[in-house]
Design a protein around this ligand. Structure first.
Ligand SMILES: C[S@@+](CC[C@H](N)C(=O)[O-])C[C@H]1O[C@@H](n2cnc3c(N)ncnc32)[C@H](O)[C@@H]1O
Length: 283
């Protein structure tokens, strides 16, 4: 099942980080909850053919395999061999024979046109590099009347990045959206421009307290020592700032985060979006 993949630096960084998290990934209930909701919204049914993109440890793929039954088929794909090993061991323990995992890049898939009834993607879409081209490709894999269901955090998620974007804006520097997609309107445009119809975006309010130091560390992750997977500062705005301006921006960033402090920590708005859409014959 697992072959070597040729990935660019960014994707190799993403795959490596999930390989490192793969043993403990299932400790969090958060992802399970999101996968469950996306499955419900997408109305997966018996006998369907389902593609789970960025399947990780297989939360959606396994639940979908149980719904589609013996007449259905599920494929889960991912670039992290470590995550897929976890998924495969769960499938073996459950004895499911209608689900298969493939180590492959979601932006370079090769399936026949009109192959899947459902294409689902939870907690993964923000990692795609060319989002519109990728969606166009996924669209071609949907059967007439098929549906896609994509989950993403809203762009209000990750308080450190939200505050950094706000502070940078004062200095004329742009930071990409926390969810790398943007607002609800931008999501709507993205899916429509990629060819989907009947694009319906549901919002659910979530959030949790995070600690101040963790939120402050966002500066170092994005400005100090960015890695290939860090959120990007757009253009060359940062190099235009003097060291005094940069120090001032950092002080403003810290001060704003400190102003949010409560005894529980600082609130991180983790509102989620569920984007459901179909192809032309799915109205
Ligand atoms: C946060 S996990 C989500 C896993 C699962 N969908 C869930 O919700 O529990 C993100 C997954 O997307 C995978 N991923 C990121 N970029 C990918 C790409 N270009 N192609 C395939 N998988 C990718 C990662 O390796 C990781 O397993």
């Amino acid at each position: 099942m697992m072959n070597q993949l040729e990935l660019n630096d960014y994707k190799q960084g993403v795959a490596d980080s999930y390989d490192r998290r793969s043993q403990t990934y299932d400790n969090s209930e958060w992802h399970v909850q999101i996968c469950r909701r996306l499955l419900e919204y997408s109305q997966v049914g018996a006998g369907q053919t389902v593609l789970d993109i960025g399947t990780g440890t297989g939360h959606i793929a396994i639940a979908a395999a149980q719904i589609v039954g013996a007449q259905g088929q599920v494929i889960g794909i991912d670039i992290s061999a470590g995550m897929l090993e976890q998924a495969q061991s769960k499938v073996s323990a459950l004895g499911l024979s209608n689900v298969e995992f493939q180590l492959t890049d979601a932006e370079a898939l090769e399936y026949p046109a009109h192959h899947f009834d459902r294409i689902l993607c939870a907690n993964t879409f923000p990692w795609m590099q060319d989002k519109e081209a990728t969606l166009r490709m996924w669209y071609r894999f949907l059967k007439p009347g098929g549906r896609i269901g994509v989950h993403t955090p809203a762009d209000t998620a990750y308080v450190g990045a939200v505050v950094l974007r706000k502070v940078f804006a004062k200095y004329g520097v742009s930071l990409e959206a926390s969810n790398r997609i943007g607002s609800v309107e931008q999501c709507q445009d993205l899916f429509t421009n990629a060819g989907f119809e009947a694009v319906d975006i549901g919002t659910e309010l979530h959030g949790s307290y995070t600690n101040l130091e963790k939120a402050k560390a966002t500066w170092e992750e994005i400005v100090g020592r960015p890695s290939s997977t860090s959120l990007k500062v757009l253009g060359n705005g940062l190099s235009q700032l003097s060291s005094a301006q940069l120090a001032q921006a950092k002080a403003e960033f810290d001060a704003e985060l400190e102003s949010f402090r409560t005894k529980e920590g600082i609130w991180d708005n983790l509102t989620t979006l569920y984007i459901l859409a179909g192809n032309r014959s799915s109205r």
